[in-house]
Ligand binder design. Structure first.
Ligand SMILES: C[S@@+](CC[C@H](N)C(=O)[O-])C[C@H]1O[C@@H](n2cnc3c(N)ncnc32)[C@H](O)[C@@H]1O
Length: 296
């Protein structure tokens, strides 16, 4: 399928009236858009491309054959590779369908062993729903999932978040993105804590979807990720005065909202669907209004 982009336009937010922060939401095919950006100009990419699972996106046709899909991913990921700085991080969120469980792994093999030769530095599991037993012995469930009506498949409660880099050695802010010790006696027991009540959170991230009242009004998109997932990636990679975050598949702008809240200095996002971008723009406008209210 070919996309005809009738109009390429950019919404530029001078975030919170700070002239040093720029957010660009671009209505354009990301492959073409990224080709106009300079080499090694991006610090962090957090994105969730279409998964080729037949999801009903407004503009994009999510039913390519497997090999064309993987080749297309290699094309845009090669641009990501060119744009990423040598110490940059590429967080790639990919889910699977129960009947199509190998897709994330096939894609990963293509991006690491064939083209563009990223290195898999970490694999995270974005856990959307979980049942645990508390220390008091109570069984509790948290989060949301789509129930599957099947005799052979169980409900799918997680997605992958692959952390790819050019070298495999990008230093991470494990503690900044960490959690407090449940057992405080460990702080003194282990020398590596340096006396701080923060430990690495590990690679299982329980991050439920953002709570909404109305699906059509509050999340008019079939496949979003939560703001907290992007925030966790940003904390882990770390932010500098000139950090540039890119999301080639912006959807309704979740990564832009995370960038706004975490004061990322530069953000660029692409989507081919004008309606999704309009929602992203509304979400950012609301963030700006809320931020202005708190300043009053
Ligand atoms: C899984 S969704 C991303 C959702 C986003 N993470 C969010 O939370 O809103 C994938 C998005 O990619 C967009 N898309 C598909 N092909 C594209 C392309 N060639 N360039 C830019 N965007 C594209 C679709 O319109 C869809 O919104």
């Amino acid at each position: 399928m070919h996309f005809i982009i009738l109009q390429t336009f950019v919404w530029t937010f001078l975030a919170a009236r700070e002239s040093s922060r720029h957010m660009k939401l671009i209505h354009q095919d990301c492959l073409a858009g990224m080709q106009d950006m300079p080499d090694e100009s991006i610090d962090i990419v957090v994105t969730s491309p279409p998964y080729n699972l037949g999801i009903d996106y407004g503009t994009y046709d999510d039913t390519k054959d497997r090999s064309s899909f993987v080749t297309w991913c290699q094309d845009w990921a090669s641009e990501v590779h060119r744009l990423l700085k040598n110490d940059g991080s590429f967080f790639l969120n990919v889910g699977a369908a129960p009947a199509n469980p190998l897709l994330p792994h096939q894609l990963l093999l293509a991006l690491t062993e064939s083209r563009p030769e990223f290195i898999l530095q970490n694999t995270f599991h974005w856990v959307k729903s979980i049942t645990i037993q508390t220390r008091k012995g109570e069984t509790i469930s948290a989060g949301h999932f789509k129930p599957i009506n099947s005799k052979r498949y169980v409900n799918d409660c997680h997605e992958y978040l692959f952390h790819l880099s050019k070298s495999g050695t990008v230093p991470l802010n494990r503690r900044d993105a960490g959690v407090e010790y449940a057992d405080k006696s460990n702080i003194a027991r282990w020398g590596h804590t340096g006396g701080q009540d923060k430990r690495c959170r590990g690679n299982t991230w329980f991050i439920p979807y953002d709570t909404i009242k109305s699906r059509d009004k509050d999340r008019p998109h079939p496949a979003t990720f939560p703001v907290g997932l992007v925030e966790q990636c940003l904390k882990l990679h770390g932010l500098q005065d000139d950090t540039h975050l890119l999301d080639p598949f912006l959807g309704i702008g979740t990564s832009a909202v995370a960038a706004y809240r975490m004061k990322v200095p530069h953000f660029t996002g692409f989507d081919i669907d004008e309606n999704y971008l309009a929602v992203a723009k509304e979400r950012l406008t609301k963030e700006e209004e809320d931020a202005a209210q708190t300043l009053l």
